[in-house]
Design a protein around this ligand. Structure first.
Ligand SMILES: NC(=O)c1ccc[n+]([C@@H]2O[C@H](COP(=O)([O-])OP(=O)(O)OC[C@H]3O[C@@H](n4cnc5c(N)ncnc54)[C@H](OP(=O)(O)O)[C@@H]3O)[C@@H](O)[C@H]2O)c1
Length: 337
């Protein structure tokens, strides 16, 4: 039987306590009192000492006097100078969708190569463009560069890319999932096939790249995965209709956040959301619509892809060692209106 304690109490004690029996009249063994109450209480357990949540995904390392490093994948870099933190010497970076002459892919590759990285770039249909870019990267920056054919919508292709790059370069330190395709219709005007094509390229393709390279990052205990999303993942562009693209890019932003959590023990994952950038991707859009776009950009112009390469280098390098799950919007102010 649980012990029963007897208390004298006033009425305001009644509410918060667990069990109470008001006796009327009070039992004989108690002194008669108008507000005598008998409370029964469950026996109190001694409070457990609070314990810190130990994340099973983190590989614990010993703390040294000079460093507060806790894991290999998210450690504080030993370098302090910005030139060292941004350096990519000895690193290998894969950039998908770098076949254009003025696209985000080739600019990201130029930025990484300039900071010393070897680069593996991919193309889907423009083999010539990719080969030209490889030649330029090798000549201009003196780094190793190679082009690979890739259809991101095919998971087997993504796995093969990672396997081939590892065979050619020995490691992958960062992966920029940049390949993408635009939509030129909304849900009602466009066909089912059109919806599927955009989602397969922009959303599934990004996830396939992550799935293909993730195990390598995990095995090495380090890596940076960067997704080219879009401001269209934040807003619905006007007046053109491109729901599939907007949805896919919104998914990419949340994929970066979700993967940042999933891969917290060994790699960082972030996204970049460009606004209207003159890469040729939207050249098919009529001038009147493009002029309307420009009127909605606070900086009053489209961006140039080279204005984004600093952000790619930042996210790939140790300069961003405490940045994960972030989305960097680079849109001339479009989404801040
Ligand atoms: N330009 C903008 O205003 C803007 C704004 C926000 C976001 N973005 C995003 O930025 C990224 C790069 O685009 P960009 O503007 O720089 O144009 P881009 O130079 O034409 O880049 C698109 C790249 O994606 C590749 N690609 C297309 N479908 C593919 C597939 N199924 N598998 C593999 N690769 C494929 C293309 O390869 P091939 O040419 O060899 O076929 C090309 O290299 C895209 O994700 C795009 O959505 C662009």
């Amino acid at each position: 039987m649980r012990p029963v304690r007897i208390y004298k109490a006033t009425k305001q004690h009644l509410l918060p306590l667990p069990t109470c029996i008001i006796t009327s009249p009070p039992p004989l063994f108690l002194k008669p009192h108008p507000t005598t109450i008998i409370f029964t209480r469950p026996q109190q357990q001694p409070q457990a000492k609070p314990t810190l949540y130990k994340n099973p995904k983190h590989q614990t390392a010993t703390m040294s006097s000079t460093s507060t490093t806790t894991t290999k994948g998210n450690s504080i870099p030993s370098a302090s100078k910005l030139s060292d933190l941004f350096s990519l010497k000895g690193r290998v970076v894969v950039i998908t969708g770098a076949s254009g002459p003025r696209g985000m892919g080739i600019e990201a590759a130029r930025g990484c190569a300039e900071m010393g990285a070897s680069v593996a770039i991919t193309y889907a249909s423009r083999a010539e463009g990719a080969l030209k870019n490889v030649a330029e990267l090798e000549k201009e920056y003196g780094v190793k560069a190679k082009a690979y054919k890739l259809n991101v919508a095919d998971y087997g292709d993504c796995e093969k890319l990672v396997k081939d790059v590892l065979a050619d370069f020995g490691q992958i330190d960062a992966f920029i999932a940049n390949a993408g395709a635009t939509a030129n219709s909304g849900v009602l005007d466009g066909s089912k096939e059109e919806w599927d094509r955009v989602i397969a390229t922009d959303l599934n393709g990004t996830a396939y790249c992550a799935k293909a390279v993730g195990p390598h990052f995990k095995e090495r205990g380090r890596g940076s995965f960067v997704i080219t999303s879009s401001m269209s993942g934040h807003i619905a562009n006007y007046p053109q209709e491109q729901t599939s693209y907007n949805v896919a890019k919104a998914g990419c932003i949340h994929m970066a956040r979700s993967l940042a959590n999933e891969w917290r023990g060994f790699a960082r994952v972030n996204s970049i959301s460009p606004g209207y950038i003159d890469t040729g991707l939207s050249d098919f859009v009529d001038q009147e619509t493009q002029d309307l776009w420009k009127s909605m950009i606070p900086l009053g112009r489209n961006g140039d892809a080279k204005e984004l390469k600093g952000a790619y280098v930042y996210l790939v390098s140790d300069a961003s060692s405490y940045t994960t799950g972030a989305d960097i919007v680079i849109d001339g102010g479009y989404t801040c209106r």
